[in-house]
Each structure stands twice: as C-alpha cells, then as structure tokens.
Ligand binder design. Structure first.
Ligand code: CP
Length: 307
C-alpha cells in the first residue's frame, strides 16, 4: 500500500495500514536527528507554514525542526500581529498565504474542524496540530511510535488513559490509533470528565484509579485543561489529586514493568507528582524526542502529494 493523502486531519480517518506507513517512515527518519549534520534534502524548495491560533511549545517547535531537518523553508505566522485582528477570516488568511506559493499549513485552532475547513479551501497540504476537543493526530502518532519502541509491539497491550477525557483531543486521537493497532484501552477519571457512550468507540470505562491501573502496560496521564473548562467538573484540585493524581503511592496498584506517558505540558502536583514525572520508567521526554521523527514522516508523506 502507498500513502496518497495530502492532508492529515485525524486518526479516525486513517486505516491501520496508513498508520503503519507513518510509523515506519518515522523509524527511518529517526536517525537523522542523531547525525552531526541533522538534515536531509527530502523537502528542499518546499515551504511549510506554522498557523497556530493557540499556544504551543512542543508541537510548534517540533514541526519547525522537522521541516528544517527535511530542508524545507518554514514560515511562523504570527496570528497576534496579523490581519486576523482586523477581521480577516482563517480561510481568507490561508488562501492569501497560499497565493505566495507555499506547500503546507500546520494548523492549531481552538475550534474543532478548523483544519478541515482550511483543507477544503486550499490545494496545499494541511496537517492538524490540534483542533478544539476533536483530534491531535501527530501527538497520538508520536505516542504510538514511543510505545512501539518501548515494547516492540502495540497489539495486546493494556493502555490506561487517565484524566480529562472529555476535553482531550489527545485522548480521542490515541483512542482511534491504539484501537486500530490492537491495544486494549481503558479510560479513567471523574464521571464528569468521561463523555457519555465513549464505550461505543472501543474503550472500557473505569472510575476507580486502583482498578484502572491493574495490569496496565502504559499509564497515560492527561493534563487537566483549565482553559477548556467553563464550569467546575470536580470539586477542587485537592480532590482531583486525591482520587486521580499519580504519585508514588499508586505504584502498589501497578504492574512491576509499566511506562508512564503524558503529552505535556504537565501540571506538576496535580495529575502527576514531580517524582513520578522524573522516574526512569517515564517516557515523557522520549515522546518529545520522537515527535521530530514522526512529524518529519508526516510532512514528507503529505507534502510529496503536492505538485
Ligand atoms: N502536547 C502538546 O500538544 O504540547 P504543546 O501544546 O506544547 O504543543
């Protein structure tokens, strides 16, 4: 099978084979970042635009580094000083930038579906870098890559995702990706932060953290997203920490060999203790490292579809 999509909008739309093509391509790009000269000419002459309408450290930086390691030119569009502030729409903004002959937009937006809307209005490749509560496909792909590196497989592993599932685009993309690759997925959190009927997309729900941690190969902690919570979904941070925070006391509920993951940024002392975040079984920084190879793969596969 060959890759034939110009956009990457979510993992719900991808087949198992397409996800495997991305992971395999990322594996071949990983060694580029270990070279003294971290560059290959694969996208020389192409231009990639970072179009971020929400803050980002990891995703924006690693897309920029990934594009540069493929020898593409990178434009970091500054939303705050752009004509968006004069009322220009995101579609007009993208079409005007495309008129300057760019090849790819990396889009992060607080509204679910914003990257899809842009993709319907431009010929350039469009990659979703996180849209509202919908999907964050490259985060899930780098998570899949990291899990595969740690265990040599994904099929049959138990992955427990803990926290704010309701607002989490990371959880949604991981549920699609892990499910397609054969993992057993358990979600755990306060009932107010677990969407109704989430079992219909192939996960089990568990409201007790000790129960959810039992036999987990991966404990995946989500950030409590204060910026997306219009109302109080739990009584207090102290209560959240008590029932769902991951600290050294939780170790007696886990398997001897398990790995800890988190997409970042982490709320130290809320969903995860500093001690646990720094432990040798924490893959948090390995996830960030692998983000470069995975985003190189996604850029390479999609931008090559553009004539
Ligand atoms: N994981 C993630 O999306 O981090 P940023 O918001 O810093 O990009």
């Amino acid at each position: 099978m060959k890759w034939n999509k110009k956009d990457l909008l979510g993992l719900e739309d991808l087949s198992r084979e397409e996800i495997e093509i991305i992971l395999e391509t990322a594996r071949s790009f990983k060694e580029v970042s270990a070279r003294p000269v971290k560059k290959v000419p694969a996208l020389r002459g192409k231009t990639v635009v970072n179009l971020f309408f929400e803050p980002s450290t990891r995703t924006k930086t690693s897309f920029e580094l990934a594009a540069k390691r493929l020898s593409a030119d990178v434009l970091n569009f500054e939303v705050g000083t752009s004509s968006i502030s004069k009322g220009e729409t995101i579609v007009d903004t993208a079409r005007n930038i495309e008129a300057m002959k760019v090849d790819c937009f990396i889009v992060r937006h607080s509204v679910s579906g914003a990257p899809l809307v842009i993709s319907k209005n431009v010929a350039a490749a469009v990659i979703n870098a996180g849209d509202g509560c919908h999907e964050h496909p490259t985060q899930a792909l780098l998570d899949l890559f990291t899990i595969k590196e740690a265990f040599g497989k994904i099929s049959g592993l138990k992955v427990t995702i803990i926290g704010d599932i309701y607002h989490s685009r990371v959880a949604r993309s991981n549920i699609w990706g892990l499910g397609k690759l054969g993992a057993k997925i358990v979600v755990c959190g306060p009932p107010t932060l677990i969407p109704n009927n989430i079992e219909k997309i192939g996960v089990s729900v568990c409201y007790s953290l000790p129960e959810a941690l039992k036999d987990a190969d991966i404990v995946y902690l989500l950030r409590i997203q204060k910026e997306r919570q219009q109302e109080n979904f739990f009584p207090s941070q102290a209560e959240y920490r008590k029932f769902f925070g991951f600290d050294s006391k939780r170790i007696n509920c886990t398997k001897k060999k398990f790995f800890l993951m988190h997409p970042g940024p982490i709320n130290r002392g809320l969903e995860i203790s500093t001690e646990m975040a720094e432990k040798e079984n924490s893959l948090i920084l390995q996830q960030v490292t692998n983000g470069i190879a995975v985003r190189m793969a996604v850029l390479y596969l999609t931008v090559r579809q553009i004539q």
